[in-house]
Design a protein around this ligand. Structure first.
Ligand code: C2O
Ligand code: CU
Length: 643
């Protein structure tokens, strides 16, 4: 059973327990007959069943490395145990008597005890669905106080105690709830965000430290010996006519997708971004390219948004080959979907190693899936025997599953990094995380090959010798997903030893939170949403080992700016193939990834879910090098808004 299934079962078991206790309380409040006593006893048994299931599941989960089930061990289970034991001790005997035909209705204490057990079970569910990981003192204590006061209130009602007491206790419960919600709301607007700590004056207005450097100064200084390649990109609103003839109103960098920037290793890439009429402003982030921090293009962190009529210049040395893409990082969740993206290819110095080299970004605009720039099947003539490199890029918000039919291929690179000892694959589905890239290399068979997406049967790319029979190329939808972890040949340790080791965890979840004062069902990291998720702090030269666990039900394509991470393990199973360096990886429900990076690129780097809607709803934080400050902020006169 997967961890996600265990987590789902655990939730079901706690709902069974809480529901049964609540049901018993309702039954007993209605009537005191033999029948109701029997029903209540049955429900109590079901509640115990739910409780034991929770204990067993928590033990299984923690055995699987899930220390993230903390709130169960520390709060939910002890509370449920206490509540259930007290209720059973108090209520069982009188209820059995009544069930056997007795006629004494259950005393107030019996009904109170059952309500108390229900409250205890509910508090456990609230700990899971509202507090999450980590369980901190204040919300933990608040839940216990609510259970105690709630029980007291129930007793006051059942025992027919004075109106005054009942109203007072009800008010106390209300006050407790209002105070905790109010406190959460206030802290979401009043306390400075975690990024404020990277401001030159610090959060509390302390004196600036002496040896700090601003992200604005972390720009490309040395041009290197390479050729200067200059590009102008103008962001504008555009009505684009797709291949099918349908017209979409898009925001583009000149075309949909934006121009393919193709340079050679060692070139100095110089891009001037102009904003013609994108209302909220625009930036360019070089997704997967580990540029100096000041070139990273994140509005409100590394620069101000470029407003209509303004421009901004980016420069970086293309020192690493591979497949990348670029997109706006101002209101990104909106802008990227509307079309503010393009592709970046860095070829080896000697030019492309293959005869044919094609870039295929996959994007959904409105409801239409585009392969490259087309919403219809396209064809490319490739002579049999020629070598082909297909650079697949997922620029969407959700995973995309692509299939290449007709040719056996190898996965030559992932996220711009070569895979050592890549072996030939046949038909496997390529599941790309949102933002991720995979390079396929193959030799063109006489019968041709067909690239398709599981998301739409309308688009495809046929690469084939002229006259090849495309009809025979039917994707095998049953073929399983390619898994990069065991793929390729392992090599010696890739991480420097003897440097500082920093460990950090990110526990991903979905919890009710306030996002700058606005209540949302937020996407959280360690129980917080942006900008209150504490930054991960490193010194230059450290090795950062990052454990990322997903407690939620949705996939989170985690993306780290400015660095590639080496995958160490997934769900406790070590990566056994070639060293796998990624910049974007899907942490699926219940999964735990351990990755490491070398802190060799000083800055304030965003670290977020690349389902950009999740990022906009909280799942965004920073990797912060000590001594680096930023003069930029969210909001301000440029209306900076990273996501
Ligand atoms: Cu491709 Cu922060 O993003
Ligand atoms: Cu996400």
């Amino acid at each position: 059973m997967t961890t996600a299934q265990l987590l789902a079962l655990d939730l079901a078991a706690s709902i069974l327990a809480a529901g049964s206790w609540a049901g018993a309380a309702v039954v007993l409040s209605r009537s005191a007959t033999t029948r109701s006593a029997r029903v209540a006893l049955g429900l109590m048994a079901a509640a115990w069943l739910g409780f034991f299931a929770q204990v067993a599941l928590a033990m299984t989960l923690s055995g699987a490395g899930w220390w993230f089930v903390q709130e169960k061990a520390l709060l939910a289970i002890p509370l449920a145990l206490a509540g259930s034991t007290i209720a059973t001790t108090v209520a069982a005997a009188p209820l059995v008597r009544l069930a056997r035909g007795g006629s004494t209705p259950p005393a107030a204490t019996v009904r109170t005890a059952v309500v108390a057990a229900a409250l205890c079970a509910l508090a456990g569910i609230a700990a899971r669905l509202v507090v999450g990981y980590p369980l901190t003192v204040l919300p933990g204590v608040t839940l216990v106080v609510l259970v105690v006061v709630g029980t007291w209130l129930a007793h006051a009602v059942f025992a027919g105690q004075g109106r005054r007491l009942v109203t007072g206790l009800a008010a106390l419960v209300g006050l407790c709830l209002i105070a905790s919600v109010g406190f959460a709301w206030l802290s979401s607007i009043a306390t400075p965000g975690a990024l404020a700590l990277a401001h030159p004056h610090g959060a509390q207005g302390e004196a600036p430290q002496a040896d700090t450097i601003s992200v604005a100064d972390l720009r490309t200084a040395d041009n290197g010996p390479g050729t200067v390649r200059h590009f102008d990109l103008t962001a504008a609103q555009e009505r684009v006519t797709l291949a099918s003839g349908s017209v979409v109103s898009a925001w583009t960098f000149g075309s949909l997708p934006g121009p393919e920037l193709r340079v050679q290793q060692g070139d100095l890439v110089e891009v001037t971004l102009h904003n013609s009429d994108i209302p909220g402003g625009v930036t360019i982030h070089w997704h997967g390219y580990d540029v100096p921090n000041g070139e990273d293009g994140v509005a409100g962190v590394t620069q101000d948004a470029v407003l209509p009529g303004e421009s901004f210049g980016y420069r970086f040395v293309a020192d690493v080959t591979g497949t990348y893409w670029y997109h706006t990082h101002q209101n990104a969740s909106d802008g990227v979907q509307r079309g503010l993206y393009g592709t970046l290819v860095v070829e080896p110095r000697s030019g492309p190693a293959e005869d044919v080299d094609v870039v295929v970004p996959v994007h959904t605009i409105g409801r239409t899936l585009l392969l490259g720039n087309s919403d219809l099947p396209t064809e490319l003539d490739v002579a049999a025997g020629q070598s082909v490199r297909l650079r697949l890029i997922n620029t969407d918000q959700v995973p995309q599953r692509l299939r290449l039919t007709g040719a056996s291929f190898h996965v030559d690179a992932i996220d711009g990094r070569r895979i050592a000892g890549a072996t030939s694959l046949d038909g496997a589905a390529l599941r790309l995380p949102a933002g991720g890239r995979i390079d396929l290399v193959f030799t063109m068979p006489a019968t041709g090959s067909l690239l398709t997406s599981d998301a739409s049967s309308r688009v495809s790319l046929l690469l084939a010798p002229p006259g090849a029979d495309a009809e025979s190329l039917t994707p095998d939808r049953a073929a399983g997903d390619f898994d990069p972890l065991p793929y390729g040949t392992p090599t010696a340790a890739e991480l420097p030893s003897g440097t500082g080791l920093v460990r950090a965890t990110m526990v991903l979840d979905r919890l009710p939170r306030f996002l700058s004062g606005r209540p949302i069902q937020g996407y959280s990291v360690d129980g917080q949403v942006f900008p209150h998720i504490p930054s991960i702090e490193v010194d230059e030269g450290d090795v950062l080992e990052l454990t990322i666990a997903n407690r939620g039900w949705e996939t989170h394509p985690m993306h780290i700016h400015g660095h590639h991470v080496l995958v160490l393990s997934r769900n406790g199973v070590a990566s056994s193939g070639a060293p796998l360096w990624l910049d974007t990886f899907d942490v699926q429900p219940g999964e735990v990834w351990v990755v490491a990076l070398v802190a060799g690129n000083p800055g304030v780097w965003m670290d977020h879910c690349h389902n950009l809607e999740h990022a906009a709803e909280g799942m965004m934080m920073a990797l912060h090098y000590s001594g680096v400050t930023t003069p930029f902020d969210q909001g301000g006169d440029h209306g900076n808004h990273s996501e």
